[in-house]
Ligand binder design. Structure first.
Ligand code: 7TS
Length: 418
């Protein structure tokens, strides 16, 4: 475990002032002379000081390439990188460290499964089940696989609230179903999917299931053994860590029988021109120099989040989402896209006939960062017959006062376009 100073007491409500003081960017950046109101956390969240410090410590005192050297620094870096794997393993409650593969992001993790599992075990006529609310990262790799193999993509529909229609999901299963991959939380709608139930259904049909946890791990505790999923993936930069690192959890038995995704150094035991023997898992999937600094900093981010407490984070974010939903709904002409019963702190909206890009540009004039566009989930936009939304996404360092600013700014936009 890296030594993260205690930032906030371990119980009771969040001390927001102390928490915000941990994130330098929140006070150091002004936009158009106004304090930054950062509500684009679903795209990328900010890094607290202990994570930045961990990166700096690594780069100033510990950096060398790993797994290859007998020298002091290589051993230090290798130990820190492998300790980071252990931190991730505990964070997801995986059984073994070797079930944790470091990737470059969640997109890379999904592609790894598409290549390592899909290309090895799917054939013509086989089917892959996803849902209508997937991010492009959980659509395109499967489409590419289907194209190559003559397999078929089956899509579970969503209803007007943005919930998966579970009866339809279950109906998609048949003897040709060979893989399921669904998101835990929708980045465009905020919907928290009933993944435990979705996994149980896949399990009942004997089909392996992958969960895209990119929008989940920063909001709620995840236990891969309790879920009993086969694969679970997330990305570092949405979990208050750096860009360039992601994680694939896979059950050891599945990872063992999968093909490597990329060939190169570190993923081999021996190489001759006649034959290469692959390394054991997880190294078989970590060809080339991995994101060493980023994985180590990700572990510091996990330590930080654990210290704050995911239950406390969830409680505060629930309050932010409730207040933001009420505040925006009270504005005439505002339509909220995604009204599922279970939501993470993601709020997509439309302001009358104003194009979401104009909404985002005008909010930026007030120092407010929201994302506008299709959020790499074009099928979701097609489902609602809209080209784009404006999306406010909250992290635990956001405040109710920032929600007030958002609502005031949206009111101003609405008035401007009258
Ligand atoms: N899956 C989901 C559910 C996501 O929200 C994202 C990124 C990804 C996969 C891909 O993550 P990456 O780290 O591999 O790029 N979502 C967003 C977003 O909502 N706005 O910008 C990126």
């Amino acid at each position: 475990m890296s030594a993260v100073p205690l930032q906030t007491p371990a119980s009771g409500p969040l001390d927001l002032e102390r928490v915000r003081a941990d994130f330098p960017i929140l006070s150091e950046v002004q936009v158009h002379g106004k304090p930054l109101v950062y509500l684009d956390n679903a795209a990328s969240s900010q890094m607290p000081r202990p994570v930045i410090d961990r990166l700096v410590r690594y780069q100033t005192r510990e950096h060398a390439n790993i797994h290859r050297g007998v020298h002091y620094l290589s051993a230090v870096a290798t130990d820190a990188y492998e300790a980071a794997r252990g931190t991730v393993r505990r964070f997801l409650n995986a059984r073994e460290d070797r079930e944790i593969v470091f990737t470059s992001n969640v997109t890379d993790a999904i592609n790894l499964v598409a290549h390592g599992y899909g290309r090895a075990f799917l054939g013509a006529g086989d089917e892959i089940v996803i849902t209508h609310m997937e991010h492009h990262a959980n659509i395109v790799p499967w489409q590419m696989l289907c194209e190559e193999k003559g397999a078929k993509l089956r899509v579970a529909p969503i209803d007007d609230a943005g919930e998966v229609v579970m009866e339809e999901y279950e109906k998609l299963f048949n003897p040709r179903t060979k893989l399921v991959s669904v998101t835990h939380v929708s980045n465009a709608l905020g919907t928290v999917n009933p993944v435990k139930e979705m996994i149980a259904i896949a399990r009942h049909h004997g089909v392996p299931i992958m969960i895209d946890g990119a929008q989940a791990v920063q909001h709620m505790p995840v236990d891969v053994q309790a879920l009993d999923c086969d694969f679970y993936a997330f990305t570092g930069h949405k979990l208050f860590g750096p860009t360039g690192v992601g994680v694939l959890y896979g059950k050891a038995a599945l990872l063992e029988k999968m093909r490597p995704f990329r060939g190169g150094g570190d993923m081999i035991l021996s190489v001759t021109f006649e034959k290469t023997t692959y390394n054991t898992i997880p190294f078989k999937f970590e060809a080339g120099t991995p994101p060493i600094a980023q994985a180590i900093a990700l572990a510091a981010a996990i330590d930080y989040v654990k210290e704050i407490g995911l239950d406390r984070i969830a409680a505060h974010e629930r309050e932010l989402l409730r207040y933001a939903t009420e505040s925006l709904q009270a504005i005439p002409g505002v339509r909220i896209i995604g009204t599922a019963r279970e939501k993470a702190s993601v709020l997509s909206f439309y302001v009358g006939d104003v194009h979401p890009h104009d909404v985002g540009t005008l909010l930026n004039d007030d120092g407010i960062a929201v994302r506008t566009g299709h959020h790499c989930a074009q099928p979701v936009m097609q489902r609602y017959g809209i080209p784009a939304t404006a999306r406010a996404s909250f992290a635990f360092y956001n405040t109710l006062a920032e929600v007030d600013k958002l609502a005031a700014s949206v009111r101003w936009v609405q008035k401007l376009f009258g």
